[in-house]
Design a protein. Sequence first.
Lengths: 255, 325
Amino acid sequence: MSKNGYSSTELMICVAARLMEDGTTTFIGTGIPMLAAALAQRLYTPNLIPVFEFGGVGALMDELPLGVGESRTFHRALSATGICDVMETAQRGFIDYGFLGGAQIDMYGNLNSTVIGDYHAPKARLPGSGGANDVGSLCWKTIAIMRHEKMRFVPACDFITTPGYLNGPGAREAAGLPAGTGPIHVVSTLARLGFDPTTCRMSLEAVYPGVSVEDVVNSTGFELLLPRETPEIEPPTAEELHLLRDEIDPDHLYI
Amino acid sequence: MNVVETGIGDLIQPPDIEGFREWNRTKKSRKLEDKLMSEQDAVAEFVCDGCYLGTELYGTVRAPMSVVREILRQKPQHLRLAGQGVLEIDLLVAGGGVEAIDLNYYGLEVYGVSCVLRRAVEGGHIKQMAEWSNAAFSWRLKAAAMGVPFLPIRSMLGTDTFRRSAARVVEDPFTGGKICLVPALILDVSIIHVHRADRFGNAQIDGISGFAFEMARASKRLIVSAEEIIPTDQIRQCPDRTVIPYYLVDAVVHAPFGSHPGEMVYHYGRDEDEIRAWVNASKTPEGTAAYLDKTVYRPQNHAAYLEMIGEERLSDLRHKAENHR
């Protein structure tokens, strides 16, 4: 909790929720994306269709799921199907957005959730792709949610689990990934970031209240594209905070 | 077909589709036979040293935890594992018999990374490994279920996930574009936990079906554990709910609360305290050993395990599921 009366994690969830679009199909992963989707459904996007990889489609997110297959991922949902159907639906171009996380991200939005250090003698073995690679490959637009630290915003991921723009413009299509797909935003604990359409490099869009551009640059391990002017993001509203703290995550699993 | 790139991960279970057809012709009965047996007999008969093992759905959701605990008790060695899971694969790896993992997702979800996996990999105890995405894994099962050697997919391309897999990138012979081919995954043994089954193995699932449909059809041997054993008449009343028909099944095990401490939608909720107990215990080798001793090795079977958990807690968990409809 900062002196502002809210934490950067809380604002990160709000910023992610504000990026959701009503009437779209949106792939939701475990953790922060679930809180953001629950908040968005209550406040901004009542017709958001959350899609969970093990088969839940169109759940009402009254209670926070603790995993991508648990019963709350299809609570009062429109369909309870299986992973092949969901992934094939994404492969056919039916899933608009995907929310992702990871331990590392680089300037092209590539994500690592597999291993820190050498693959065979790692410093840390992480859970692996799960559905992340599929979400990053097959959804039209992806948004990463990351803690903003220099050790996470790295010049090169130790392992590219999930494709961003790989090594730059045209690389996704050259690799055989579906055309017209890729990351559009990163929501961090300091700022909202985007990707430059020409270079596919990560760019700063807006900073959190009390955060300077320099703070963001100093917490980023690669050269960030900077706009001429950097707007400040609206802090969480009282309503957002109330819903997050009292309804969505009353057990404080994440906030 | 022109191969453009070859993943360098281990092909832990090479697909033998002719062998699979022959297996299904000669080793799988089409007769409606009583397959109900104890978890001890099912594991003793079908889980052997060196086998390639898969479980469904996963660790905290409709997971075959009771059969997994029995596998630990019987200590099969040199196991190869489909690494999609949470608590169930954590127990299997902690039990010490796992040598190879096709790794898709192996973590503790909301509780983060698995310390058991970290110790196993960082200590070099896993001899063979390959990375896959969850869709790639499910499509590998689907290929086996279709009886074809591979499927073309549009995931994994351009990434290290591909590079450390045993997939191939080829030039699509129809369009000339690049496409990823994943090999069929035919499992030696699968264990799937379901809501209800009859004695012949006709099995029905409520809620999401995960990858049960595909895994059941991709397996040489299949152990189904079920919350309820029901008469075949009841199956015949709603055959549309049958995800797994009897001829795929080799053993039916009655396992009420079989997914505990995971959940079973509409029947019981997650036992958060017990899940946290494992998360904390598994942080150290000593804690892991003590937890396994208490919950796996000391109770002789699943009935004894449930007795240890206690009716009061189980009844609370039943209550928890009531508002999930």
